[in-house]
Design a protein around this ligand. Structure first.
Ligand SMILES: CC(C)(COP(=O)(O)OP(=O)(O)OC[C@H]1O[C@@H](n2cnc3c(N)ncnc32)[C@H](O)[C@@H]1OP(=O)(O)O)[C@@H](O)C(=O)NCCC(=O)NCCS
Length: 174
């Protein structure tokens, strides 16, 4: 059964393999596509520290909110990741929302996207959030499927000066 865990060196090899996969496919969240894999292999502790830098207890740079990274794993295999913002800024309210996620290319279309969002919603509920905003590009049918399958209610479709494509905003009541 897939489960959500905090980022840990236990999954280092599998995680780095997944980053390679995403970069080869050119499909994944922006930071995944930009990671320097050689640097990651040399110093995975820095990667983990970087992923934890906005967690509660850390001092936040101006304009940032607390957030956490969660990894979907099954056994020793890394499947994907989510980030959960604990609050919204005006910018996240416009685009980005509370939750972002990706599933590694080799295991897509198997329900893992739906699972990572379902489990991240449970975590958000545990933190005391009563509803969450999730946004995606209008043409991202996979993400739309994930959100709608988890009860997302469409706020609308929007064109933003700051983003090249039309987007959708959905709310999920927890
Ligand atoms: C979006 C993403 C997370 C979907 O993950 P996934 O594991 O393939 O999703 P699931 O298998 O749970 O699919 C959920 C639903 O969407 C549908 N779906 C998934 N990918 C799809 C695609 N490319 N085109 C059309 N429908 C798709 C599935 O059929 C499923 O519908 P169903 O519940 O009616 O069967 C994955 O494609 C991904 O990581 N993309 C790159 C990063 C990204 O776009 N993140 C979201 C940013 S908002």
């Amino acid at each position: 059964m897939p489960e959500l865990v905090s980022p840990s060196s236990h999954y280092q090899q599998s995680f780095i393999q997944a980053v390679r996969e995403a970069q080869a496919a050119g499909s994944g969240l922006g930071d995944t596509l930009n990671w320097d894999v050689t640097q990651m292999e040399a110093d995975f502790e820095s990667v983990l520290a970087d992923l934890r830098r906005y967690e509660p207890g850390h001092e936040l740079p101006e304009g940032f909110v607390h957030s956490e990274h969660l990894w979907l794993v099954e056994g020793d295999v890394y499947l994907g990741r989510a980030s959960l913002r604990h609050t919204l800024t005006p910018r996240l309210r416009e685009f980005g929302g509370h939750i972002g996620y990706e599933i590694r290319p080799s295991v897509r279309r198997q329900g893992h996207g739906s699972t990572i969002l379902r489990l991240t919603l449970e975590r958000a509920r545990g933190l005391g959030l009563d509803r969450v905003l999730i946004t995606c590009d209008t043409d991202n049918l996979g993400s739309r499927g994930v959100i709608e399958g988890n009860g997302g209610v469409l706020e609308g479709e929007f064109v933003l000066a700051s983003h090249p494509k039309p987007i959708r905003r959905y709310w999920i009541t927890l």
